[in-house]
Design a protein around this ligand. Structure first.
Ligand SMILES: [Zn+2]
Length: 87
């Protein structure tokens, strides 16, 4: 069986993160424009990406990119290290 529709090209995690930063974090209540964590490097909770998706800031396709960058086992409180993800 062949796919009837081609998936749109994926955006980079850096672009997705920039848009997700426009949402507040529902896990730590990190505010607009600031990462959830700063030590040892900037990071964002997966809950924030989910909230950004619910608000239309990032797409379902973007969430697949985020999910692929997350560890195999995760919770909404799992922090995605932005520097490691950008490498
Ligand atoms: Zn957070």
């Amino acid at each position: 069986m062949t796919a009837r529709y081609a998936l749109p090209p994926s955006r980079t995690l850096a672009d997705i993160t920039a848009d997700a930063l426009l949402a507040d974090c529902g896990w730590c209540w990190g505010g607009w424009g600031n990462p959830c964590t700063t030590e040892p490097s900037g990071g964002m909770h997966l809950a924030r990406f989910a909230r950004a998706c619910r608000r239309g800031l990032i797409s379902d396709a973007d969430m697949r990119v985020v999910r692929d960058a997350a560890p195999a086992v995760f919770t909404p409180g799992t922090v995605l290290d932005l520097e490691a993800a950008a490498a």
